[in-house]
Design a protein around this ligand. Structure first.
Ligand SMILES: Cc1ncc(COP(=O)(O)O)c(C=O)c1O
Length: 413
């Protein structure tokens, strides 16, 4: 096994994303990443040659079903699920949280409690808030107002014997801060409650290991992880089996009973283009380790991404920190153990919209707004500034692109 870590070969990874050849600089990746060519190829291959209903006895149907099942197995390996039945597919993370809230709460009683946080994208907030109509008590775990980080002691004070679920974001889609979900899981489980995590803003940047985190449910959106508009929800098998179904009354198999309308076949199959890519990234950088396990390959590819993204984040944050007229929100370093490269800030005098429209003519896509984490932006008193300015970088961005953005920002005051 080689010991020296190579650096990410940018030409190699960028060659997998045709959109990057346009010369446009994509820095709104937390809104949606560019799509891998292997993903697009698989989607079109499926639609052109396998586009039939599954479950019939004829050959094309059998083969189409096998393709999609193979892709589900790939995704189960990717997130280190124990069983492929733990992978639930749906149209969006927003829909996944809604479905989860509908099914999970079916046997909850008035007075039962749910805890969510003030750092959520609304997708992991409204479905729980709406349960108030049924007498469910919803509590909000607030970040420390100074550090914008969570203290476990605050959670411990909120949990009671009536707490049924704690649900929180793994990385904030505004701050980029990585929350200590494995530690939270231990506290939640000690209290006998369930733990759900919104991994949407983390999944493009780090390998997800659902067993290591000991989460009960974990959700992310494929279109932010170099794939198409669909979403994945992991659930522990025994919990999914116990959930009341929300599909037709005669469907009780997992995960179909909580996949109303079924999964999208071509988009699910397309996602196996991501695991192919991660293997190829590994084998390109570690040619003497090509017999490593899939899990090892996925981990080492994401480690390459994280190290590169840390350099990008440091370059941008160091620049922003040097400007007296700008305030970086959350962790003010690129430290990969603390944050992903989703970086938000505001300008002390300009509104966020006035700032961003001055960048637009340079064909660099950054963005302003609340990014549906409205409650957080409200609590930061930034609504009147048109929200925050967000630059969200992923592994295919380059230091040259960050430098080009910095040169443009130098002209804005
Ligand atoms: C942290 C987070 N959670 C949930 C969502 C919603 O995902 P989807 O668009 O798949 O519904 C987003 C979308 O931006 C997000 O950033």
């Amino acid at each position: 096994m080689s010991t020296v870590s190579p650096s990410l070969d940018l030409d190699f990874v960028r060659s997998y994303f045709p959109a990057l050849q346009s010369g446009f600089t994509f820095m709104d990746n937390a809104g949606g990443s560019q799509t891998l060519k292997p993903v697009v190829d698989k989607i079109s291959e499926y639609l052109l040659h396998s586009d039939v209903q599954h479950g019939a006895s004829y050959e094309v149907s059998v083969k189409a079903g096998e393709k999609v099942n193979d892709a589900i197995r790939e995704l189960a390996t990717l997130i280190n699920a124990q069983d492929e039945k733990e992978v639930v597919m749906g149209p969006s993370s927003t829909m996944m949280f809604r479905i989860l809230s509908l099914t999970l709460s079916k046997d909850w009683q008035a007075g039962d409690e749910v805890i969510t946080t003030n750092s959520e994208h609304e997708a992991n907030c409204s479905p729980w808030m709406d349960l108030k109509e049924r007498g469910i008590v919803v509590k909000i775990w607030e970040t420390d107002p100074e550090t914008l980080e969570f203290n476990l002691e605050d959670l411990e004070k909120l949990i009671t014997e009536k707490t049924r679920l704690v649900t929180m974001v793994h990385a904030s889609n505004i701050l980029g801060t990585i929350n200590p979900v494995a530690d939270v899981a231990a506290v939640v489980h000690k209290a006998g409650a369930l733990f759900c995590v919104d991994g949407v803003a983390l999944a493009p940047h780090r390998l997800i290991d659902v067993q290591a985190m000991d989460v009960d449910f974990y959700v992310f959106s494929c279109y932010k992880v170099y794939g198409p508009h669909s979403a994945l929800m992991y659930g522990k098998l025994h919990l999914l089996e116990a959930l009341p179904g929300i599909n037709h009354y005669f469907i009780d198999e997992v995960p179909y009973k909580i996949q109303p309308g079924n999964k999208n076949f071509e988009l699910t199959y397309g996602m196996s283009g991501l695991t192919d890519y991660l293997r190829e990234v590994h084998d390109h950088h570690y040619p003497s380790d090509i017999s490593s396990s899939d899990q090892e390959k996925f981990q080492k590819s994401f480690d390459l991404f994280a190290t590169h993204e840390e350099q990008l984040a440091n370059r941008l944050i160091d620049y922003l920190n040097s400007r007296p007229d700008v305030v970086v929100l959350g962790e003010a370093s690129g430290d990969k153990n603390k944050r992903v490269a989703t970086i938000s800030f505001y300008h002390k005098t300009l509104s966020s919209s006035d700032f961003v429209v001055q960048v637009d003519p340079y064909r660099i896509g950054i963005r302003f707004g609340d990014f549906y984490a409205k409650k957080m932006v409200e609590s930061l008193n930034l609504i009147e500034k048109d929200g925050v300015i967000r630059v969200s970088l992923v592994h295919y961005n380059t230091l040259e692109e960050v430098d080009a953005l910095i040169r443009v920002m130098e002209t804005i005051s």
